[in-house]
Design a protein around this ligand. Structure first.
Ligand SMILES: [Zn+2]
Length: 286
């Protein structure tokens, strides 16, 4: 009988010995590829002064859940005394921040809060820490940009937000135009977005080097384009922010919810260069 030369039989035998291992590895890889993406675990912190947070938390959670796979934990403190909500104030300390590791277990935190009179430096440190040191992605909406602004160490918060703003102009119909229409977060945003009702133009007086303007609205008073949408990235964490969103009617707009959904995905590293969600992070099928 003819026999294979030793130089040919040895690799074949070696391959046959490796076959079970190779099969096992192929099965492992295919099972990993088939593993469905887990929904993003999002913490929404909302409440404080001056806005309809009861409805805004519904608008945001429902609107974003229709656009991306997400599981919400919502903290909205309400303290009704004689029909008045004592927690709906500028100096209420949200119970969301009770623990040092308040953001543990979450993939992203959405801040839609209005706590502008809080000056507690230890609290600001505790709020900033999971983002600044832990790298937890953040989304900041409207009055979140004015929260904690009078605290001596407010820059800890602003560094994550990416800007400093101390006041807004009187309510007005705002026209918003892209400043960087090619950025993934702005793909799909209209060339001109006009608010349905009066919104508030937050005047940005300082921009961190790590922040990048995506959308702006003209201030007639200051005669300048003023940033209203931006992203912030410093290597440790990413955040997305828009100062739009005083009235519910702004938040209800599909263009707004699409924008915040892309911003949230971008902050989490789940948006591609074309502004599309990475595989598994598309809008859930209904
Ligand atoms: Zn407002």
């Amino acid at each position: 009988m003819l026999a294979c030369p030793p130089s040919l039989t040895q690799p074949i035998i070696a391959t046959m010995r490796l076959l079970p291992l190779l099969t096992f590895l192929v099965l492992c890889v295919s099972s990993i590829a088939a593993e469905p993406v887990k929904p993003l675990r999002a913490l929404m912190i909302t409440g404080g002064c001056c806005h309809d947070y009861t409805n805004q938390k519904r608008i945001l959670s429902e609107g974003l859940s229709a656009r991306l796979p997400v599981e919400w934990t919502i903290v909205h403190d309400v303290q009704l005394v004689d029909g008045k909500d004592l927690a709906a104030s500028r100096d209420h300390v949200s119970t969301a921040y009770a623990k040092d590791d308040w953001a543990a277990g979450y993939d992203v935190v959405l801040h839609n809060e209005c706590y502008g009179a809080i000056k507690d430096e230890a609290l600001i440190q505790r709020i900033a820490k999971p983002h600044k040191e832990g790298g937890v992605p953040a989304v900041f909406l409207h009055c979140s940009m004015h929260s904690y602004r009078t605290a001596p160490n407010a820059d800890l918060w602003r560094e994550i937000v990416g800007t400093k703003s101390m006041y807004h102009e009187p309510g007005a119909i705002l026209t918003v135009k892209p400043a960087d229409a090619q950025h993934p977060v702005m793909r799909g945003f209209p060339a001109e977005f006009v608010t349905t009702e009066k919104d508030e133009l937050y005047i940005v007086e300082k921009f961190w080097d790590t922040a990048h303007v995506l959308g702006q609205s003209y201030s007639e008073k200051l005669k300048v384009e003023n940033p209203v949408i931006w992203v912030n990235e410093n290597g440790k964490y990413r955040s997305f922010a828009t100062t739009l969103g005083h009235p519910n009617s702004t938040m209800e707009r599909p263009e707004y919810l699409d924008l915040v959904a892309r911003g949230l995905l971008w902050a989490c590293g789940k948006l591609d260069a074309e502004g599309k969600p990475l595989p598994g992070y598309e809008a859930p099928k209904r």
